[in-house]
Design a protein around this ligand. Sequence first.
Ligand code: AMP
Length: 217
Amino acid sequence: MLGAPASGKGTQSVVVAQKLGVPHISTGDIFRWNIANNTPIGTEAKKYIDKGMLVPDELTIQILKDRIEMEDCKDGFVLDGFPRTINQQESLDSMLAECKKSIDMAINLAVTDNEVIRRISGRRMCKCGKAYHIVTYPPKTAGICDLCNGELYTRKDDTVEVANTRLEAYKLQSEPIIAVYREKGILVDIDGHKPQDEVSEDVLNEIEKYSSKQGVV
Ligand code: AMP
């Protein structure tokens, strides 16, 4: 799942992973878990995440490799927030080629820069993964998750200043990946401005089209 920060990658990846019955792998979530648990990986990653910068490739590629080698990934997975550099994309291809696998589909959730900043500045998260927006997608009870009653929080990197750095990093380092997958013929562009449910419908329709072409479904 490709797209700028707050383009809806997390939300849509959960929907796709549930639909396909495969794990949802978010490198951002893995880093946040490590930060919350004060691990050495967390200490290292925090230096970059808090500033809105990408965590260095060496560390990021290693945690991704460790994760996709786990047993639950043998029938596939949805990647959310990885790859984010051309180097990561190439490493991913090599890792998968080693076990005769490849990426089936890359989904690009397209949103404008203004929308990214607007979303980030109003985003509230729940630890269950559900994301809200204080104005356009508020929870039923302020500050409480509709799904699990958890207390909502603001991500430390969801400030306007950090958002601008994240957007810049996206444009410089991550956006070029879109052209690579387009070239491979596996990229699908989705309008990420629509309401969450409509974006999910568009994403699932594209997956269904792909699956019926492959004779999977
Ligand atoms: P996310 O939750 O996907 O928005 O990721 C939050 C932050 O974690 C990013 O702004 C980066 O600092 C870091 N991060 C997550 N995934 C990667 C990645 N593939 N490469 C480098 N840094 C990453």
